[in-house]
Design a protein around this ligand. Sequence first.
Ligand code: GDP
Ligand code: MG
Length: 163
Amino acid sequence: NLPVVVIAGRPNVGKSTLFNRLIGRRQAIVSDMPGVTRDRKEGEALMRGRRVRVIDTAGLEEAAPDTLFGRMRSSSETAVEIADLVLFCVDARAGITPADAHFANWLRRQGRPVLLLANKAEGKAGTDAALEAFSLGLGTPLALSAEHGEGIGDLMGEIVDRL
Ligand code: GDP
Ligand code: MG
């Protein structure tokens, strides 16, 4: 059984972009219905020579605002339960939102190992903004840019060290 890494966080922080970055081109996003974005949710990644099962907690994007927390929770619950490591993503450019804080509190109570990621942290401004994520109480945020491919090697090393 491969170790399981789950990518979690509120919508739009870059979870699916990170997922695709970790999984690589071979298993890139496939759209199986016209007009409907169906992100692949699971894939296998090779990190420092180690095979890892990666799960993207997608599908939150359609949640109504008033049920966002509930939907985030139910969508992530099952995945987090089987996670050997949770990658909790925030958007360094947007800063920490109430949804991030709420989700972080819930995640802390799940008792799974968490690695805090400050995504969209390309460039110097991004790195500075990433420091705000310290306030979540989930340890030192790892700054990266899934879209620009910055910090991905370091992230993979950190993941493998924790598995
Ligand atoms: P998800 O809802 O958490 O799965 O987020 P997505 O992966 O769909 O990304 C949401 C938006 O953020 C998209 O427009 C991405 O192109 C953008 N995005 C993702 N990663 C980065 C990044 O590292 N930097 C910047 N500037 N934008 C990013
Ligand atoms: Mg997504």
